[in-house]
Design a protein around this ligand. Structure first.
Ligand SMILES: [Zn+2]
Length: 512
């Protein structure tokens, strides 16, 4: 490919864009932000996607997964429902890769079969990420009955958050991290009955803590949500926050929203700030499901709103005064205990590269085939997704230096760029054309910088777009030499023009 024929609109200055990776992709002419829409991917980016896609196809073939062309990921199970008839067709894995997103799903007659695919896909996606220079880690993203996992990468500019244990390497999605239950607090002992007391104007957890002189940990925080059409009271410890992701799992992913003030008044007879699990008769509130976080289990004589404005109860004991459904509902916090070893966990910024689940998320699939005994039997399924544009952006965020991008060879848009310092010079032009032809003949993806630009501009652009190797045809040609420069190390070696392509090819074969 000749530079003049390719569209590579590089910018001299770094544009304002989120994160170092994105900014570099814009500057190096890979992407352009489209107002109000997703990015436009320019030819260099498309070439990188084609390379990543080649890795994906290779890995899928290795697994024995079959490619289907479908308009959207949701169609894979639909095709299965129409055409999977017998257990003899299973186990089976399908994938589609339209554009920049891999979607795969797999089918088996039992959970073990699904788990086997899950493990194979996990390894395959991990190898794809590694080929992009992204050593992905596994983070547990458990969602109730579905065994799910994300491939993530700790990344300072990443928008996702991980809970990570420095002691045992346990790692989980922060929003769903099942951290250890906090140690039981020293509650007032004794078998007291709930007792109302006035708390005029004291609404927040902090206000009630100051007013009573008791810590926030001695309070139950009451949050009212509407799941489906029904009110749900979610209780967490006063100093804890409700995790929406965990709440969603607790209500089996029924759509939910916070209750409006008038709805709260209708069900509880009081306003937010005075809400709790007991009505004025000290019975559990009627018509409301009560979910409580594990951190409240075993606690005694706590403070909760009395469902009367400006009033709280003291001496409220879960499982005695009311019987909640127990769930893990709270957000993890830094220094919470690791569920595996108990050491304090850390919050780390990260980016999610892929998502895998054993079991089907969302709508039940209701997929059946004829079993061995010719009876209809349910098919077990799993699925995974991988976004190629995210891989590219993350690779850019990790692989760069002061001069621009430094692609891992496996995803670079070209293997080598041939840069004549002066393409107008007949000898340099002849040599550059010959080296370019040698590169193509050697099976390399080569780019020839045939622009009528100053050498400094060409060198800067070559560094910026991050091609792993550059062959410079300059003044040394008079002494029969050209230079080969490795982008990653900036190491320069000299060769006779006829040897340059072979030298680059052997460097690439050695993974450089
Ligand atoms: Zn641990």
């Amino acid at each position: 490919m000749r530079w003049n024929k390719l569209f590579i609109p590089t910018l001299r200055a770094t544009p304002p864009a989120e994160g170092p990776g994105r900014a570099l992709l814009v500057r190096a002419g890979y992407i352009r932000p489209c107002a109000g829409a997703a990015d436009a991917y320019l030819p260099l980016a498309q070439r990188s996607f084609a390379r990543i896609a080649r890795h994906v196809h290779g890995e899928m073939e290795r697994l024995g997964a079959l490619e289907l062309g479908v308009p959207a990921a949701a169609h894979l199970p639909l095709v299965a429902r129409g055409d999977l008839r017998s257990y003899k067709q299973l186990p089976l894995a399908w994938y589609s890769l339209p554009g920049r997103a891999l979607d795969a799903c797999w089918f088996a007659m039992d959970a073990a079969g699904v788990e086997a695919w899950y493990e194979k896909f996990r390894q395959a996606l991990r190898r794809v990420a590694e080929s992009c220079g992204l050593p992905a880690l596994s983070a547990d993203a458990s969602r109730g009955a579905i065994h799910a996992e994300d491939l993530v990468l700790p990344l300072d500019s990443g928008a996702d958050r991980l809970a990570a244990c420095p002691a045992c390497a346990w790692m989980a999605d922060w929003e769903r991290a099942a951290v250890a239950r906090p140690a039981a607090a020293a509650d007032p002992d004794g078998d007291f009955a709930p007792e109302p007391f006035p708390t005029p104007g004291q609404k927040t957890i902090d206000e009630v803590a100051q007013f009573t002189g008791l810590p926030a940990t001695a309070q139950m925080k009451s949050l009212v949500l509407i799941a489906g059409q029904k009110p749900v009271l979610a209780l967490v410890r006063g100093d804890h926050q409700l995790s929406e992701a965990k709440f969603a799992a607790a209500v089996s992913f029924i759509p939910f929203r916070p209750a409006r003030p008038e709805e709260i008044r209708q069900w509880f007879g009081a306003d937010a700030g005075s809400l709790g699990p007991l009505d004025s008769d000290k019975h559990a509130v009627r018509g409301v499901s009560i979910l409580a976080d594990f951190a409240l289990r075993g606690r005694r004589n706590l403070i909760a709103g009395a469902n009367r404005n400006d009033t709280h109860f003291r001496h409220v004991t879960p499982d005695e005064d009311f019987s909640p459904e127990w769930h893990d509902l709270r957000q993890a916090e830094a220094a919470d205990g690791c569920p595996r070893c108990g050491a304090p966990v850390e919050m780390r910024p990260a980016i999610r590269l892929a998502h895998l689940a054993a079991g089907h998320e969302g709508e039940p699939l209701d997929l059946h085939v004829a079993g061995a005994g010719s009876r209809e039997e349910p098919v077990h399924t799993g699925s995974c997704q991988l976004a190629l544009d995210r891989l590219l952006a993350t690779a850019a965020a990790l692989h760069y230096d002061a001069n621009g991008l430094v692609w891992p060879p496996a995803i670079a848009p070209f293997d080598v760029v041939v840069t004549p310092a002066n393409y107008g010079d007949a000898a340099q032009r002849r040599a550059a054309d010959a080296i370019y032809a040698d590169c193509l003949a050697a099976g390399l993806d080569a780019l020839l910088d045939d622009r009528d630009e100053r050498p400094g501009v060409k060198f800067k652009d070559a560094d910026l777009i991050g091609i792993p190797h550059r062959i410079v045809v300059g003044r040394k040609l008079e002494t029969g030499l050209v230079e080969a420069i490795a982008r990653a190390t900036l190491q320069t070696r000299e060769f006779a023009p006829a040897d340059a392509a072979a030298a680059v090819r052997s460097a690439l074969a050695a993974g450089q």
